[in-house]
Design a protein around this ligand. Structure first.
Ligand code: FMN
Length: 203
């Protein structure tokens, strides 16, 4: 049942989990189609996504859901942000930019929402927790049989787009998670040599 290399050991306890994690691939947003998850499944994915390491239970993140017409409605802010920064761009570029969120039936913006923590959880740790939410949402979507991709592209960093999204000064977009039915199977991707990136500490 496994697609793992022969040398990869599988545990007897839930071997499918290791197979899932060790062969996981993102799916390209541009080849994601309907259907997306129904509301109950979507909400379950968000609950699972929020089940992340979180030092001192600050929950320093939140979600914004885009489905249906809301995707192209918010796309107008993306298009406007693009044209403001690129005033000489061709008009059809605004159409392209405005359609970005429509690539998938469900897009979830994961917002890093750090708080001042008197007990001392650094902002860095809070931002890492938001990153974990993004990846956990991808895993949850894929475990439910959907495709998922974590994107930021340019608009996650655009001040005007983020104002339209309602971000506070303490907030950042950790990612837009595109979720849908993959039209194309993801092919294996070259992975770094973990051995080259791993040091066994010796005193
Ligand atoms: C914070 C973050 C932002 C990303 N933004 C983009 C992006 O804007 N465009 C893109 O092509 N991939 C982006 N990626 C990479 C994809 O999510 C994904 O990792 C890539 O398609 C490779 O697939 P894999 O997850 O199977 O390795 C981003 C990844 C992270 C962690």
């Amino acid at each position: 049942m496994t697609s793992l290399p022969q040398t990869f050991p599988l545990p007897t306890h839930r071997p499918e989990l290791i197979d899932f994690l060790a062969t996981r691939r993102s799916n390209l947003a541009k080849v994601m189609a309907a259907p997306g998850p129904d509301a109950q499944t979507r909400d379950a994915m968000l609950d699972i996504a929020a089940r992340v390491p979180d030092h001192r239970k600050l929950a320093p993140w939140r979600f914004v859901i885009f489905e249906g017409d809301a995707r192209s409605d918010f796309g107008q802010h993306i298009a406007a942000g693009f044209m403001a920064g690129n005033p000489t761009a061709a008009a059809d570029r605004a159409i392209f930019e405005g359609a970005r969120l429509t690539r998938a039936p469900l897009v979830v913006a994961v917002i890093s929402a750090t708080v001042d923590c008197p007990r001392g959880t650094p902002k860095w740790e809070q931002e890492l927790s938001a990153g974990a939410v993004c990846f956990n949402l991808c895993l949850a979507a894929q475990a439910y049989g959907f495709g998922a991709q974590w994107l930021t592209e340019w608009y996650a960093y655009d001040v005007a787009v983020n104002a339209a999204l309602g971000l506070k000064d303490t907030e950042k977009v950790a990612g837009y998670i595109y979720i849908g039915t993959p039209e194309v199977k993801a092919v294996p991707r070259t992975r770094p040599s973990v051995a080259e990136k791993t040091q066994i500490w010796t005193s």
